[in-house]
Design a protein around this ligand. Sequence first.
Ligand SMILES: C[S@@+](CC[C@H](N)C(=O)[O-])C[C@H]1O[C@@H](n2cnc3c(N)ncnc32)[C@H](O)[C@@H]1O
Length: 299
Amino acid sequence: MTVYHLPALLNESIAGLNLKPDGVYVDVTFGGGGHSKAILDRLTTGRLIAFDQDIDSAANIINDDRLTFLNQNFRFLKNNLRYLGYNSIDGLIADLGVSFHQFDSQERGFSFRGDAQLDMRMNRNAPLRASDILRTYSEEELASIFYKYGELDNSRRLARAIVKARAGTPVVTVKDLTSAVSGHVPANQENKFYARLFQSLRIEVNGEMTALTEMLTQALQVLKQGGRLVVITYHSLEDRLVKNLIRTGNFDGKSEKDFYGNLMVPFKTINRKVIVPSDAEITMNNRARSARLRIAEKI
Ligand SMILES: C[S@@+](CC[C@H](N)C(=O)[O-])C[C@H]1O[C@@H](n2cnc3c(N)ncnc32)[C@H](O)[C@@H]1O
């Protein structure tokens, strides 16, 4: 049997929530339910509301009356909470990125290994696939995605190679894409290069940066005073947004002052230094190696 997911930084993130047994908590990235299960184990009369936009994760729903699972994008956090009758919460955990299940389901096209249609949608009812992007975006738009979301130095050359390739045959499969850009892969860095290229398309397909900023903005609004925000990120773009929000209350990271000149800080930082997996965790779960955990308390 294949594992749906192995939760990263499980003990550290659950400790970060500082759970009250009767509190109301939200897990916005349910996935295999690893973090959710650990939360439920520590609640008595408390409640857990879990989000996941991938319907496959519903197969992992835990049979527990205290859990409400929503097959929803977490960018609709506040509306869903209001609909369920919650105006405020005691803590929220987000474990961003993709599950092992999504990555390992070859037919979903998240992985550069194997050969499948370039889909990459977490929500399979969403209209845009990675292959649509490669088919319809202009050379400039493609270059911008590769640069912004993949931090690839040769983004322009990659975009040009794709536009040239698609003038012949459409770029719809993993192999179509890897062969279109094969002349631009840095020597001895194939895995890193393809991981970044695929990550950039995945972020665009799923509107990940927009969903994250919207969810974090709403989290700040719904967390009670003393409530905890716990976020695990997997690349620097996500981590920067989370760090800036925690430190300054906005995503630019620019501190703002109130009328009296006092710094307006919405959160108390619980871990000054970002928390990363131990060597023991990485040995057991190599995919956790890029995880970065930040914990903050609403002031
Ligand atoms: C790394 S996995 C979470 C694993 C989970 N913590 C566990 O212990 O199994 C990320 C999950 O978040 C979901 N996800 C990512 N972005 C989302 C969004 N904007 N809204 C809802 N779910 C999202 C993905 O579908 C995936 O199942």
